[in-house]
Design a protein around this ligand. Structure first.
Ligand code: PRP
Length: 181
């Protein structure tokens, strides 16, 4: 089952299964936010752009779209630390905010974002990730909606990349990052 990163990634979650799960998540979020006014979806770039686009179009509650972008400090100069490189354009104050992530791995990115947004006094804040890696979390993080729990493998596709490759695959696949392609 050895696959190099130059080969097509092995399918982990097929397109149809992702579509079904996104519909289910959207239905659950619709129920939870019914009658609460506009929901601000905050997508975390880059990875969340595909999931956010599909989720947002499945929702029926009033919604608005914002994005944030983060970057890890280079060369491990600050271990596990992230910094904000792009902020939302509109205020989150008194808004119901849902942070939308493609993947939660160590949990550091989501933890940082949630703590940051909380200081801006939203009406509420929740988070949603399509994929969560099992056994990897380094910080406790609030995750309210999860699409799939997956093992500790390198996943690509549906917004996820390996060195900027494979982001636009319609399914979630696995590559072996130790084998260079
Ligand atoms: C990925 C992913 C999350 C983060 C999760 O982003 O999109 O934001 O890592 O990891 P964590 O739980 O360990 O913090 P990445 O840094 O690869 O950037 P990208 O989305 O632009 O590819």
């Amino acid at each position: 089952m050895s696959e190099t990163s130059s080969q097509q990634p092995r399918v982990l979650i097929p397109e149809a299964q992702i579509e079904r799960r996104v519909r289910e998540l959207a239905a659950q979020i619709d129920r939870d936010y019914q009658g609460k006014g506009s929901l601000m979806l905050v997508g975390v770039l880059k990875g969340a752009f595909v999931f956010l686009a599909d989720l947002a179009r499945r929702l029926t509650v009033p919604r608005e779209i914002e994005f944030m972008a983060l970057s890890s400090y280079p060369d491990g100069s600050v271990s596990g630390a992230v910094r904000l490189v792009m902020d939302v354009r509109r205020s989150v104050e008194r808004k119901h905010v849902l942070v939308v992530e493609d993947i939660v791995d160590t949990g550091r990115t989501l933890h940082y974002l949630i703590e940051l947004l909380k200081t801006r006094e939203p009406a509420s804040i929740r988070s949603c990730a399509l994929v969560r890696k099992e056994g990897r979390h380094e910080v406790e993080v609030q995750l309210d909606y999860v699409g799939f729990d997956i093992p500790d493998v390198w996943v690509v596709g549906y917004g996820l990349d390996y060195a900027e490759r494979w982001r636009t695959l319609p399914y979630i696949g696995v590559v072996d990052p130790t084998e260079d392609g």
